[in-house]
Each structure stands twice: as C-alpha cells, then as structure tokens.
Design a protein around this ligand. Structure first.
Ligand code: MSP
Length: 552
C-alpha cells in the first residue's frame, strides 16, 4: 500500500527505469494477444509412486514458466501422466487391480505432489482420457495419409522398462539377481526380450536431412546433448509404431485395425498435441520449451520431431535437457532402492525449501548428488539466514517502530554509506537483467547465486551500520542514517523477492506481502525500477521459514 507520503524519487536512475517500464508494458500487452508461451514436462509413468527426480523435472518446468509470467507473457504449462503400455499393465496386475483403477491411484499421487509443491500447471493430461485417444488416432491417420506408415514384421530386442526397441549393438550381456545370464540395454541397464511380431512401422529413415536442419537451428539445450542426437540422426532405422493387441491390450487401438495397439511412445508424445487442443481448436503450436531428462532424449529429439514433420507440423522450438539426480553415485530407481521420496523431503524442508535446493544444486549439464545434509544446509543458509534474517531485522519493532518501507535521503545515501556500499546497492539495478540472462540460458542456479550475493551485501551493510544502535538516538542525522540503512535492506529484499518468485513462490509471497508490495507490483518491470516512496508495511508475519532441524 503506497501511503500519501509519496515524494519525488531521489534515485538518479529512476526516470530511465520508469520509461523502460511503460515501453515494456506495451510490448507485453501485444505479446499477450498473440501467443501463450507453451512449456511442457514429460508425462510421468504411473508404474510407481513419484520420486525426487520426477519432481525436479516438474519444478524446473514450473520455474521457467513462472519466469515467463514474471516477464509478462501469458503461458500454457502442461504436465500429466503416461498411463498405457506393458509396464503399467504389469504393475496393475502385480497390485491386483484393473489397469485404469491403478492409473487413477498413481496419477492422483503425482497430481497431489505437484499441487503441494506449487507446480502451477494449466493442464494435467492423462493418456487414458477420451480427448487424448481422439488426438492420438487423428495423428496416426495424418501419418498414414502422408504415406509414412506401412505393415511389416519386427524381429529384435524390446525393453519393457524403457518401452523401446533396440538394435543388436544397443544390448549387452549381463546377469540377473539370481545369477542367470540375461541381455540388457547398454544405455539403461534394463533387461530386454527378443520379439518376433507383425506391426506397423514408421519411415523414420526419410527424415535424416530435415532433422539435421532442425538441429542446426540450435534447439537442443545445453548444446552438449546435440552431438549425441546428430549421431542417431545420421543412421536412422525404421521404427516400429504398433504392437499386436493380444500382447499389449492396454493402449490405444490403431484406427481401422484393432488387432494392433499404437506404440506407447507415439501415444505419449501426442499428449503435447492434445493439450494444445488438437484435433479441435488449436491454441498454441509449436511448444516454446519442452523439458526432458537426458534418458528420454532420443524419443524427443529424433522420433518426436520426425513424427511432426511427417504430419506437416512444426517441431518444438526448444528442447531443454536436464541431467539426473543420483544418490550415492547411482541414478535413483525403484530397483536400486535408492529412491528419495519428495513428500518426505517437503515435510522437512517445506515445498519452497525443496524447490530452492533443487534449483540451486541441479544443473542441466551434469548429474547432481542428493543428500539430506546438503539440502538442509542450503535452505538454512540461504533462505533462513540470508533472506529471513534480513527481513526480520529491518521489520523489527525496535529498528522500524513506524512499520514503514523507508525512504532514504540522498544526502545520507552519499554520506553515510561507503563507496563500496553505494556501488553494491546500485548493482541492484543490474540484477534483473543478470537474472534474465541466466534464465534465458537455463542457468537458474546462477541467478540464485547472484540474488544471494546481493542479499549478503545488504546483510553485511546492516551488520556494519548497526541500525539497532542508530535507533536508540533521537538526532535527525541518526534517523536519516537509520532510514537509509533500512531502505537498502528493504529495497534489496523487494527486488530479490520479486526475482525469487519463480523458484520460491510461497516464500516470496510472504516476503513481498510483509513489505507491503501489492500483487500487481511484483513483475519483472517492478524489479527493474526503484521503489518510489515511503509506504506502509504489510501486517503479515516476518518469519519466512523456520530453521530446519536436521534431526527431524
Ligand atoms: N513416460 C515417459 C515420458 C513420456 S513424455 C512424452 C517417462 N516417464 S518417467 O516417469 O520415467 O520420467 C519422467 C521424467 O522424470 C523424465 O524427464 C526423466 O528424465 C525424469 N527423471 C526420472 N528419474 C530422474 C532422476 N533420477 N533425476 C532427474 N530426473 C529424472 O520417461
């Protein structure tokens, strides 16, 4: 709430920012009319309960979507569950329930987890929904009409766990738990079986040139994953895209041939078209950013764009590939029994605490190692100490008895702060652009580092100027000095709080509400311009997050 005490700003840079603010408003309004920024997560298998790796994919996508909203773009953000296939069918029968009942149960677990973790999706798609069946069958017909599908005999390896076909050099010898010799996938280590069956194939090999041209446009991020895709694209086999229905009843039938079920990956990939409204009213195409783990790169960077090209549609503009969370050096998996339960972690760290840790420690280009101790230390140090303490100090009754977002005097800014402190404070003006650049490069961890550096310098300034001592004096100069110190803390908190929203939406909301910043003043443009005047603080609590006790 801005009070009547408003005066002209004392900041030299403010005019410039106000101008940029109004220009940006126009730009965002026109963008809004044209296009929603479309972000997707992969849809999650329902053969087991969600684990931390799944939540990571979803948080990454959510943070990038929230960033777009912060910038001023409208968004479409989809997630959901992948419910067909042999793997799910087997999991249901192991649990002695019908496949759909089983899917309902596990899909609800993902949905609840995402809601508790503040994943602000617009659409939650399930591949067992009628709208999706319609979309998959329509898409199949488009591929068929384009002459890209033919019937043939498949003889080769199939991996049920990965739901994929493998060539001879993609499998290797191994042993199972009882010491029996088995064949496994080289890439995933999962067991494979030999299969001979009639099915439909897709003319994948025809797409080498078009896929290479698409890769040339730099769609794969980080670029280290591109080389691998190029190797696959150079030597493309034809791809089986259906399985006999008597072997795989749990899926969508091939239109006009119910003896065959559509391959689960083709079925699953079409979810992105379903959420965009195909085959009816199309709201957004192509997706702006599709988030995937590196284990499903081939499906998204080869099969998916080839299917779309065959159907005469645009492939995605960007594929963002992330690495994996490991535990003690191994990828999290049910079979290895090293799965980290995100629900349990959130009960200790809070939703925002866990989100923050995942975004600070997870980097797209290399695997991260999860440890409870590291997570607790990260949340306590950054969110509780650095952010939380700064807020409770500058809003405490002792230091801030009038409960206001103070306005500094220009004289005090120059006289009372050292040159280094003035320089550190004015770096706040560059912070939004720095953070924006890191989001553009999907280096969210770097944006969090930059924000924490800024908060640390405000904490150091508080420590140096000891506002609790200044508050004891009645002199006008001490009061001005105090207002300036409190202002630096609050202005740093306001701008950092705005910039933290994509990662810690709950904590940021508490922080900004306490500072009295209304919801319509929390956009990127607001972080770019200086707070114009003295205003009242909000009434809510100053405790953002309680210190986490490791014993819990
Ligand atoms: N159903 C397919 C995707 C179909 S999309 C058309 C699938 N599902 S999954 O449940 O196995 O994986 C979903 C996402 O979780 C993938 O992006 C995968 O990389 C990610 N993760 C699974 N384990 C992971 C880690 N240990 N660490 C980080 N992400 C991981 O694949």
């Amino acid at each position: 709430m801005i009070s009547t005490r408003c005066r002209l700003s004392l900041y030299p840079w403010k005019r410039h920012h106000l101008l940029r603010h109004s220009q940006q408003k126009c730009l965002h309004t026109s963008l809004r009319l044209e296009h929603k920024y479309f972000v997707t997560t992969p849809i999650f298998y329902v053969n087991a309960a969600p684990h931390l790796g799944h939540l990571y994919t979803a948080v990454l996508a959510d943070a990038l979507t929230r960033w777009q909203r912060l910038v001023g773009n409208e968004t479409l953000f989809s997630t959901g569950t992948d419910e067909h296939g042999l793997k799910v069918q087997q999991a249901a029968s192991k649990n002695k329930v019908e496949p759909l009942e089983y899917c309902n149960q596990v899909s609800a677990l993902f949905k609840r987890l995402f809601e508790n973790a503040n994943i602000g999706y617009d659409d939650y798609i399930r591949t067992t929904e009628p709208r999706h069946k319609e979309s998959v069958q329509w898409f199949w017909e488009r591929l068929d009409d384009a002459g890209c599908i033919y019937k043939d005999r498949y003889e080769g390896w199939y991996c049920v766990t990965d739901e994929c076909y493998l060539s001879e050099d993609e499998v290797t010898d191994s042993t199972d738990g009882e010491g029996n010799k088995i064949k496994v996938s080289v890439e995933s280590g999962n067991p494979v079986t030999w299969m001979t069956e009639d099915n439909y194939k897709f003319r994948l090999s025809q797409f080498t040139d078009r896929l290479s041209a698409w890769l040339d446009s730099g769609v794969i991020h980080p670029s280290k994953f591109e080389a691998m895709v190029r190797r696959w694209v150079e030597d493309l086999p034809e791809l089986s895209v259906s399985r006999p229905s008597d072997r795989l009843p749990w899926g969508i039938p091939v239109p006009g041939d119910p003896s065959q079920t559509i391959y689960v990956w083709l079925d699953a990939l079409v979810n992105y078209l379903t959420v965009a409204g195909f085959p009816g009213k199309i709201t957004n195409w192509p997706p702006d950013c599709q988030i995937i783990g590196k284990d499903i790169l081939r499906f998204h960077a080869v099969y998916w764009p080839a299917f779309l090209m065959a159907a005469g549609m645009d492939p995605p503009k960007r594929l963002l590939v992330h690495s994996h969370w490991m535990v003690d050096g191994f990828k999290m998996s049910k079979s290895r029994r090293n799965v980290v339960d995100p629900v349990k972690q959130m009960s200790t760290l809070s939703a925002d605490g866990l989100r923050y840790f995942l975004m600070k420690e997870g980097v797209p280009h290399s695997d991260g190692n999860y440890s409870d101790a590291k997570a607790v230390e990260c949340v306590n140090s950054d969110l509780v100490n650095t952010l939380g303490n700064l807020l409770s100090r500058c809003t405490s009754a002792a230091i801030n008895p009038r409960q206001v977002f103070t306005e500094p005097s220009s004289r005090s800014l120059v006289q009372d702060l050292s040159r280094d402190e003035q320089a550190a404070f004015s770096q706040l003006n560059d912070l939004p652009d720095i953070v924006a650049e890191h989001y553009e490069n999907v280096s969210i961890y770097k944006s969090l580092d930059a924000i924490m550096r800024q908060l640390n310098s405000a904490n150091a300034l508080m420590q140096h100027h000891q506002p609790w001592q200044l508050a004891k004096s009645n002199s006008a100069s001490s009061r001005q000095h105090l207002d300036t110190v409190v202002h630096v803390a609050m202005e740093t908190l306001r701008r950092c709080g705005i910039l933290l929203q994509p990662v810690t939406p709950g904590v940021s909301d508490k922080l900004l509400s306490r500072l009295g910043i209304s919801p319509d003043s929390r956009r990127l443009v607001n972080a770019k311009s200086a707070w114009p005047c003295e205003s009242d603080l909000g009434p809510t609590t100053s405790v953002l997050l309680k210190r986490i006790d490791r014993q819990r």
